[in-house]
Design a protein around this ligand. Structure first.
Ligand SMILES: Cc1cc2nc3c(=O)[nH]c(=O)nc-3n(C[C@H](O)[C@H](O)[C@H](O)COP(=O)(O)OP(=O)(O)OC[C@H]3O[C@@H](n4cnc5c(N)ncnc54)[C@H](O)[C@@H]3O)c2cc1C
Length: 494
């Protein structure tokens, strides 16, 4: 049976593990990455990467290659889709198109024209869109055109859109939808050979003096000075640190991607749809790949169908039936094998505040640390930030030139000094990352409640106030720079 000795062991070769390992490598510290799968494991096709992620990707030197492979998104388009009726049922009703000075508003209603006038007037008043022109037009029957349609009882309203370009506090904004496989490959390619060890599932952790001993499923043991848990939402390292299992939000996500034959009218826009009980997005990764998702709270009946991608596709299409046909066609074209449904889980915020992000020479990074529902699209971006910050502190413990009196110590005393430095560096990492992850996690949690909330007041806030507020928030939370991997005391490796 094999026994290995390493300075730094990282469990998990996902975004967090590979970024941490590469950042350490750039600072001259070798690490071993253990991955239980037999190759890089890609779950979920793509993820939105905001400005903060690009700062981190640039810090480890893979930003340029990923930019070449992905479109920069220039606009965020929120659309409220309020579905007061039963989701799947259809009924005959009348479609009214109301033209105002600035807006074209479509209503589907069974009410008479006069009744509708009063309702529209009240809605506009509520929206503070009223001016004399609108009132005059609305009270005039010719301002409302009607046609008979057979459709579900749906109100859809596109609210103002937002530019994803421009300049923030930390420089130029940048948002792209990155294919997970390409991100993992870009990170892995830069690692020195022998850094990753596949089919290496960690099954137990034991203490041994200043080190930890890891036991792998194949019987191998690895002794290490530092153990970094990048092992995702079911992290065994997080469990060792005392964290509970991630909690279920009550919601699921359907994700899919479509490969198009040509350009197919793809615009570099993040199309966002939200309404009572669901939230969806459709966005391009590159010139011919589109990623889409839908998060919702399933009924008991729907829960039984989550393993059936064909049914999930049908459900997504029925919930998004009022989506513009050119956007909906991307979902229609998705092959069943490219559809994945999974539950959404998160770590309670008080656990982030009170739990041990680090203990002794062990710490957690990425989803092992702060699993969250993707309502801000920041989980992976934060994992990238974590990796950079941790590497910077940890490299200090390994790279700082020892002073004279340490050089004269015996090996045991030297090991103790280094252990203390390692423990201190992990504490600094935990302290620095606690507030950032708490902030993102709380915001994401509240956003999830509001975006899919059923309560009337919450729904009102979502439909009338949230779009602009959310847009600002998305940009504000991503306007963050985790810093570079440069320090005088390190020998930086290219
Ligand atoms: C539906 C959805 C949409 C999302 N959208 C976005 C988005 O748009 N933007 C964004 O930034 N984030 C998004 N996220 C979050 C993002 O996907 C995660 O934060 C990110 O993937 C976490 O990376 P990680 O490396 O920490 O964990 P993982 O990717 O889970 O990697 C963990 C790795 O550890 C390995 N492993 C686990 N246990 C062991 C073990 N015992 N021994 C050895 N190896 C082990 C696993 O095989 C895996 O490879 C989304 C998440 C979901 C669920």
């Amino acid at each position: 049976m094999e026994s290995l000795v390493e300075d730094v062991v990282i469990v998990g070769a996902g975004i967090a593990g590979l970024t941490t390992s590469l950042a350490l490598h750039r600072l001259g510290v070798r690490s071993l990455v253990l991955e239980c799968s037999d190759a890089l494991r890609v779950t979920g096709f793509a993820l939105t990467t905001w400005t903060n992620a690009w700062k981190a990707l640039d810090a480890v030197g893979v930003g340029a290659i990923l930019r070449q492979q992905h479109l920069q998104l220039n606009e965020w388009k929120p659309n409220c889709m309020n579905t007061p009726g039963t989701r799947m049922t259809s009924s005959a009703c009348t479609c009214y198109v109301v033209y105002t000075s600035h807006h074209k508003i479509t209503f589907y209603s069974k009410y008479s024209k006069l009744h509708l006038c009063i309702r529209v007037y009240l809605i506009l008043l509520n929206n503070l869109l009223v001016n004399t022109y609108i009132i005059n037009k609305l009270l005039h029957p010719r301002s409302i055109r009607c046609r008979n349609v057979t459709t579900s009882l749906v109100m859809e309203q596109q609210t103002s859109s937002l530019s994803l370009k421009g300049t923030g506090k930390h420089g130029e904004r940048e948002v792209r939808c990155v294919r997970r496989q390409l991100m993992l490959e870009a990170l892995a390619k830069e690692l020195p050979s022998g850094t990753m060890r596949f089919m290496s599932k960690v099954v137990a952790i034991h203490e041994s003096g200043f080190s930890k001993i890891l036991h792998l499923a194949d019987g191998t043991t690895i002794k290490t000075k530092v153990l970094i848990g990048c092992d995702g939402i079911n992290s065994m390292v997080a469990k060792w640190l005392g964290f509970k299992e991630a909690s279920f939000t009550g919601r699921y996500v359907i994700r899919g991607y479509t490969k198009l034959m040509g350009h197919d009218g793809l615009e570099p826009k993040f199309n966002h749809y939200f309404g009572k009980g669901f939230r969806a997005g459709v966005l391009p990764c590159d010139d011919n790949t589109v990623y889409w998702f839908l998060t919702w709270t399933p009924t008991t009946q729907e829960m039984g169908l989550t393993e059936n991608p064909a049914k999930m596709k049908q459900l997504a299409l029925s919930m998004l039936e009022k989506m513009p046909s050119e956007v909906k066609s991307f979902i229609e074209k998705t092959e069943v094998k490219d559809i994945l449904t999974s539950p959404l889980r998160y770590r309670h915020q008080w656990e982030l505040m009170l739990g041990n992000i680090s203990k002794d020479n062990v710490c957690v990074v990425g989803d092992a640390f702060h699993p969250m529902a993707p309502d801000l699209g920041q989980g992976g971006c934060c994992a990238l930030e974590d990796g950079i910050v941790l590497a910077r502190f940890l490299a200090e413990a390994f790279n700082k030139k020892p002073c004279k009196h340490i050089k004269e110590m015996d090996e045991e005393a030297k090991a103790e000094v280094q252990h203390k430095k390692i423990v201190a560096s992990l504490k600094k990492y935990a302290k620095e990352r606690k507030w950032r992850s708490f902030d993102i996690s709380v915001t994401s949690y509240v956003m999830g409640l509001v975006l899919q909330g059923d309560l009337k007041l919450v729904a009102h806030f979502r439909d009338k106030v949230l779009p602009n507020f959310l847009a600002e928030l998305l940009l504000k939370k991503s306007d963050f720079d985790c810093g570079k991997l440069i320090c005088d005391t390190y020998d930086v490796v290219e």
